[in-house]
Structures are given as C-alpha cells and as structure tokens.
Ligand binder design. Structure first.
Ligand code: SAM
Length: 261
C-alpha cells in the first residue's frame, strides 16, 4: 500500500464523481460489517473447504490447464519487467492462471471484471479471449488515489496489442457498472476484485446478478476479508461453489464449470 499523500488525495477528491467514491471508502474503513462469522470463524470455514486449483482444473482439461500455466509464466515475466520501471507498488494480481483457464474453457461472449490495478487479471483474460477468437472484456476500476497521476498505471502490464479491444472504465464500480450495462446485457464470467467490504460486495452482486447469463461463473478474490462469500452461498442455497488458495489469499468460485463445454 502507498503512503498517504494529502496532495494526491486532494487532487482526486476535487473530481466530483471520485469524491463520493473516496468518501464511501473512508467511511467503510471505519464502519464495516464483517458478516455472520467472525474473521477467525470465516478463515476456519474457508480452510476446511479448500480445493486444489490444479486438481480442479486438470479434471476438466489438463491440456487447457497446461496452457494456462505456460501463458501465466509469460504474463508474469512480461508484467514484472514493466513493473520494474515504475516507482510504485501496485499490488499483486488475482489468480490469473485460473482466470485464463476459465476464459479458455467457458469461451465467454462477455467477461466483466471489477478491480484492475496493474492489470494481471485483465492481461490473463484478454489473452485467453484472443486465443478463443471471440469475446469482450469490460473492466471497472478506480484509480489509486494516494499516488500521482494514478490513471496512467491502470492496466499498465497489459500488452499494447490486447488493449485495443478493451473496454476499461475508471470512475469506480458505482459509476462504471451502469455504463457497462448499457451496452452489455449478459455476463458469462465475472471476476470480482474491487471493493472488498461486505456492503460493497453485497451491492455489486445485486447489480450484477440481473445481468448474469444462464451458465455464469463468478470468481471472488480475498474472501478471507469478511464472511460475505460464506453468507452469500448459504443465503442463496448455492450448491456449486469452490474455494481455492492463491498466494496466501483465498478466492471463491460460484457456478458449474465442469459441465460447461
Ligand atoms: C487488488 S486490486 C486488483 C488487482 C487485479 N485484479 C489484478 O489481477 O492485477 C483492486 C483494485 O480495485 C480498485 N477498487 C477499489 N475499490 C473500487 C471501487 N469501488 N470501484 C472500482 N474499483 C475499485 C482498486 O483501486 C484497485 O485498482
């Protein structure tokens, strides 16, 4: 995380659409509901339900999983070369091998992701869509307001040739999602890696659920932060879900991946 820089925060706050997003972020930092389970109970529940991602993927297609690993190694090498040239720590990426794998396997028409940052997940999804020869990615992000000129770092690791067909929105999910849903009515794959608060997740899932296609798949990062994932699958009687570990964090998957051909 970047150090607090008053001037950078002020510059971003002066933009009216961004002011309200920043205000909500500050508010939820102090007043956030953790869900029906305490942090410890949630972590215990997560750990007792973990599946091994490579076993899961190989059961569906070992060839595609191998391809996902090969492509992820290329992505990592290219991304780190780019990130070495900048002074900021933009944070790590989502579970990009899994995102690549799912995009290749599901062959979605429309993918939605919230939370871009340096763009590991966007890079993985876009390269898989390119390989599929079809599909569009809609990404929603909000600039890191602690750094100077944050917009120029959004998706910085994404290769130039992949950017030309990319629909990127950077005014925060509350502002971006209505714009995205004006042009896309069915989402086949949704990667949620933006606002991790309970209320943020709840609000976003409500909005997105109106636009999910019949065989949708959702990936939610950092489910250890609060018990939203646990509560959501219980309250909605969802029977097809998985939990995976990625770089010491946990992500939840909702949807029936194996039966989709
Ligand atoms: C963990 S990073 C995303 C990492 C990315 N998925 C990857 O694989 O490289 C989270 C991103 O979500 C953004 N974010 C946080 N709150 C948001 C909001 N309310 N709307 C849109 N983006 C938000 C942050 O600014 C940050 O860029």
């Amino acid at each position: 995380m970047q150090k607090f820089n008053f001037l950078n925060v002020l510059k971003q706050s002066l933009k009216p659409t961004r002011f309200f997003v920043i205000l909500k972020k500050v508010y939820s930092r102090f007043f956030s509901y953790e869900g029906s389970l305490s942090k410890d109970q949630n972590l215990k529940w997560i750990k007792s339900n973990i599946s091994e991602v490579s076993t899961f993927a190989k059961t569906i297609s070992s060839t595609l999983w191998e391809e996902a690993i090969t492509q992820s190694n290329i992505l990592e090498k290219n991304a780190h070369k780019t990130l070495e040239t900048i002074n900021y720590d933009l944070g790590g990426g989502a579970a990009y091998p899994l995102l690549y794998f799912l995009t290749r396997h599901l062959r979605p028409d429309n993918v939605l992701e919230t939370g871009v940052a340096a763009g590991f997940s966007s890079y993985a999804i876009l390269s898989a869509l390119k390989k599929n020869g079809k599909g569009t990615l809609y990404s929603s992000d909000f600039p890191y307001f602690r750094i100077n000129n944050p917009e120029k770092y959004i998706g910085i690791v994404v290769e130039k040739d992949l950017k030309k067909d990319w629909n990127l929105f950077v005014e925060g999910d509350d502002n971006n999602l209505p714009k995205i849903f004006k042009s896309v009515k069915k989402i086949d794959l949704f990667s949620y890696d933006s606002d991790k608060t309970y209320s943020g997740r709840s609000k976003t899932l409500k909005k997105v659920s109106n636009f999910l296609s019949e065989h949708y798949v959702i990936i939610m990062d950092d489910i250890q932060d609060n018990s939203f994932f646990h509560d959501f699958i219980k309250e909605n009687n969802i029977s097809h879900w998985k939990i995976f570990e990625f770089e010491n964090k946990y992500l939840g998957l909702i949807g029936q991946v194996a039966n989709i051909k």
